[in-house]
Design a protein around this ligand. Sequence first.
Ligand code: SF4
Ligand code: SF4
Length: 92
Amino acid sequence: MSKKIYVVPEPGISNPIIFNHDICNGCNRCMEVCQVDIFIPNPEKGKPPVVLYPGECWYCGCCVGECPNFGAIKLNPLLMNQVHWKSKKNLL
Ligand code: SF4
Ligand code: SF4
């Protein structure tokens, strides 16, 4: 007898991974390489994995590096880590 399992993504303020649904083919290589298992496979075949534990992401970039389809997945670092340096000359 098969059982249905329901999962609810962890609520949080971070959104570490952004998928491009037009490019991703749901191969799940990003999911397999993640060291902290923040993803689960999408129940719909061919769709990107589901980010179940966004707060656990280390922002290591392994998932992006492993993806065979350029542009299908991108890291979205926390705002405090999005540092933009400026040259003193440009500070008016
Ligand atoms: S950046 Fe690293 S920790 Fe975060 S989802 Fe990708 S592989 Fe996992
Ligand atoms: S983001 Fe890339 S590695 Fe992950 S499922 Fe989509 S195509 Fe595969």
